[in-house]
Design a protein around this ligand. Structure first.
Ligand code: RB5
Length: 149
């Protein structure tokens, strides 16, 4: 399978069950899930999990990534520290579609303590089925990249 159908999944201890549901969902949608855990309920720091997932995307090993923690916020902040990563937290399908269409997001974050599984899976579908529109949006995304120096 080519790298462009590989998607890395990562969470902290607060989102293990939702991450596993997302893994099954992305597989059903035709993606290869690269699930980097964790699988045991011991506390694991979201910065480590966010960074590890983001590096898989930044390196090109995976085309996209989905990260989850309690709120989706901390792991998103960590992922966005990796050069080339554009990760947005979503709690609605409109935003999930728009971060692909306008922001060319390559990672999605969600909060397992914020939204239920049904909505989360709809958000994943919206994220994975939308495509970047380019044009004027490309110029703006390039401006974000320029901030990385
Ligand atoms: C862990 O308790 C919690 O802080 C974490 O999952 C996340 O919500 C941080 O942003």
């Amino acid at each position: 399978m080519t790298a462009n159908k590989r998607i890395v999944l990562s969470s902290d201890h607060a989102a293990i069950a939702l991450r596993q549901a997302v893994a099954a969902h992305v597989t059903a949608l035709g993606w290869e899930a690269v699930d980097i855990g964790p699988t045991s309920p011991e506390s694991v720091p979201y910065p480590h999990q966010g960074e590890a997932a983001a590096k898989r995307v930044a390196s090109g090993d995976c085309a996209l990534g989905i990260v989850l923690c309690g709120t989706g916020q901390g792991i998103m902040m960590a992922a966005n520290k990796v050069r080339g990563i554009r990760c947005g937290v979503c709690s609605d399908t409109f935003s999930a579609r728009m971060i692909r269409q306008h922001n060319d997001a390559n990672m999605l974050s969600m909060g397992a303590r914020v939204i239920g599984e049904g909505l989360a899976l709809d958000i994943v579908t919206a994220f994975l089925t939308a495509t970047f529109e380019g044009g004027r949006h490309a110029t703006r995304v390039e401006m974000i990249g320029a901030m990385e120096g």
